[in-house]
Design a protein around this ligand. Sequence first.
Ligand SMILES: Cc1cc2nc3c(=O)[nH]c(=O)nc-3n(C[C@H](O)[C@H](O)[C@H](O)COP(=O)(O)O)c2cc1C
Length: 186
Amino acid sequence: MRKTYKKRDFPVADIRRYLEPGPTVLVSSQWKDERNIMTMGWHTVMEFSPSMIGCFITGANHSFEMIRKSRECVINIPTDDMIEDIIGIGNCTGAEVDKFQEFKLTPEKAEKVKAPLIKECYANFECKVIDEHLLPKYNFFILEVVKAHVATSPKYPRTVHYRGDATFMISGKNVSYPARFKPQNL
Ligand SMILES: Cc1cc2nc3c(=O)[nH]c(=O)nc-3n(C[C@H](O)[C@H](O)[C@H](O)COP(=O)(O)O)c2cc1C
């Protein structure tokens, strides 16, 4: 039977906590001789072919200018064994520290972009900035994934999802309903 819920008035600035189920990712970037990493929760799939991702990166982050100037980055998917790194990387700035060194992460050469992959992550998506129209007003980058590297197993990694209030959800239970879906590539 479906549930019913008693509801209360809720601050609109906090509704994001219910709309952030995507995995928290680590964005690596490179500009000239400098490399960097930031933690990011505010991203969305925009199209699957070409493969496009939209993401919000505040201009206050050091990564913002690095990605804007290089027009490239890598979206790395960490798993729950990296939760301390996810928090640490999201709470310091590349303007002051080399986060690869600080967090003992291994930069690996990407194929199609200059930004490094993070070896310890489950997957790495090499991205190019393809549209800057929404940057001045919304700090919103539109990226195209031009190359993807994904671990051969497990099929469903234990990803980390930020719920606000310093609380994370670790992905777990999967349920499949193939007979209910028409082949729409969704
Ligand atoms: C769980 C988590 C999610 C975050 N999501 C975002 C995000 O989506 N966009 C953003 O601009 N900053 C986000 N941040 C903040 C940046 O990761 C943080 O400001 C970081 O220090 C920026 O590093 P940088 O100055 O080296 O670029 C997040 C931080 C955490 C801990």
